[in-house]
Design a protein around this ligand. Structure first.
Ligand code: BGP
Length: 477
């Protein structure tokens, strides 16, 4: 039987302003948190909030600052996406283009006008924008003033920003996501919410203080979106990938479940509207106090999301055996026990297409809400051949198997799925390394880690392959 996705399925690609847009000091844009996360050896310690670097010398920051300059190339880039037959383009709005300091009374018109042009360009080709309100981003000024999301005042600043963009783009943007990979707060607290843990502070306590504020802000944004744009659909976003027990020992099964719950906690609240019992228990056990204020519980209950979006790069494994867990490896910004049945990418992320089907079924069983795969792909080093082509068969193989598993989950298992936006349709800056050389794109961008290159866009072999996949709704892989 020929399997394909239903008509109207939102095929496309996903980006984030801070890794894609460039123009970091243009159009009245203020300084954002990610503008001070360097590339190179200091990146992870800063991303994890263990080290602070607040200068902005180009030696440490240029890839993120200039990125691939979508700011000036958006017309050409969207035309290429349209040529591939994209139905959907996921992007984020840079908060500091709209409110450069985060606490102004009025938004920055130049910033608003830039996204108007981008959305109009998408709509011209029938491409639906899917917009992330906050993708590893917040105004540096608010970081200095409040210490990021540890302060409740952030909620009002965020909702002022949300109101401005909802009012401006209603009628243009129907699909929204509140926070990118909200569960990253546990792994990259600075990148995720501007958290620097002070000496002597209980790290878990401040993390859950930030989490509580972000969850309230997310619920407030959903509520506001529904008021201003009754036709809008607003989703949460999980750094996804199910956890397998390392072996069938009940202790391993229990450990994997516990770790997975830690991951689900955020979207449990966003989709069900209340803290789950298991979380209340472990917060209590760890002596963590949630700052409940009047109206908080009602707001969480009123602001539940319409769909569950997630990124999927790899599955994960956990064990209760300290000897096994002592040998952990990368799995996005998470650490995981190595799964001996899987191969890994050059960066050690284990490749597991069936794991995508497992993850989709797990998420739908748990939430019974439509899903949206908003990131998936293979980070790899590409080579330009002397003929000027990129023969990225490895990327095609990765995407083919994942799309096959996705179609199985929909057609065989009945999981409702709104769309699939592969990560980085044009090469962009890597979130974990801050460099250009870890590429995901089906379109090559001529730019290297040292900032050399013409920024020319060159469709890779995978461009033509993905175009065919979209044209046949996945029947031809
Ligand atoms: C996700 C982020 C993206 C993106 C992707 C790939 O966690 O939402 O911003 O970058 O991972 O990760 P990397 O760029 O580190 O390879």
């Amino acid at each position: 039987m020929e399997k394909r996705m239903p008509k109207g399925f939102l095929w496309g690609g996903a980006t984030a302003a801070n890794q894609f847009e460039g123009g970091w000091q243009e159009g009245g844009k203020g300084l954002g948190l990610i503008d001070v996360v360097p590339y190179g050896p200091d990146r992870m310690p800063v991303a994890r909030g263990e080290k602070v670097m607040l200068s902005c010398d180009e030696e440490h920051y240029y890839p993120g600052h200039e990125a691939v300059d979508f700011y000036h190339h958006y017309k050409e880039d969207i035309a290429l996406l349209a040529e591939m037959g994209f139905k959907c383009f996921r992007m984020s709005i840079s908060w500091t283009r709209i409110f450069p300091n985060g606490d102004e009374a009025e938004p920055n018109e130049e910033g608003l006008a830039f996204y108007d042009r981008v959305f109009d360009e998408c709509l011209k080709y029938g491409i639906e924008p899917l917009v992330t309100l906050c993708h590893f981003d917040l105004p540096i000024h608010l970081l200095h003033q409040f210490g990021g999301w540890r302060d409740r005042k952030m909620i009002d600043c965020f909702l002022t920003y949300c109101r401005a963009v909802f009012e401006r783009y209603k009628g243009k943007v129907k699909y929204w996501i509140t926070f990118n990979e909200i569960n990253m707060l546990n792994h990259l607290p600075f990148t995720s919410c501007g958290l620097i843990v002070k000496e002597g502070e209980n790290e878990k306590q401040v993390k859950y203080l930030c989490a509580h504020h972000e969850l309230l802000a997310s619920a407030g944004a959903v509520k506001l979106a529904h008021e201003i744009m009754p036709e809008a659909m607003v989703g949460c976003m999980l750094a996804g990938g199910s956890f397998y027990p390392y072996c069938c020992a009940p202790t391993d099964v229990w450990q994997a479940k516990q770790t997975e719950r830690g991951n689900y906690f955020f979207i449990d609240v966003q989709s069900r509207g209340a803290y789950p019992n298991y979380a209340l228990k472990w917060l209590e056990r760890d002596g963590i106090v949630i700052d409940w204020q009047p109206g908080d519980r009602e707001l969480l209950a009123e602001g539940t999301v319409d769909f569950i979006s997630f990124s999927y790069y790899c599955s994960r494994c956990d064990s209760a055996d300290p000897e096994v867990t002592s040998k952990r490896m990368a799995a996005n910004a998470f650490r995981t026990v190595r799964n001996p049945y899987l191969e890994a990418s050059e960066w050690g992320w284990q490749i597991d297409p069936l794991g995508l089907r497992v993850t989709m079924n797990d998420l739908y069983d748990r939430y019974q809400k439509p899903l949206f795969i908003v990131e998936n792909g293979l980070g790899a080093k590409d080579e330009l051949t002397p003929e000027g082509t990129i023969e990225d068969d490895y990327r095609i193989a990765y995407m083919r198997e994942h799309i096959r598993a996705m179609i199985d989950a929909v057609v065989e298992d009945g999981v409702p799925l709104m769309g699939y936006t592969m990560w980085g349709p044009l090469d962009l800056v890597s979130a974990s390394t801050g460099e250009m050389s870890k590429r995901y794109g089906v379109i090559y961008v001529d730019r290297d880690d040292q900032g050399q290159g013409s920024l020319k866009r060159i469709p890779k072999k995978s461009f033509y392959w993905y175009k065919r996949v979209i044209a046949t709704d996945g029947a031809e892989l």
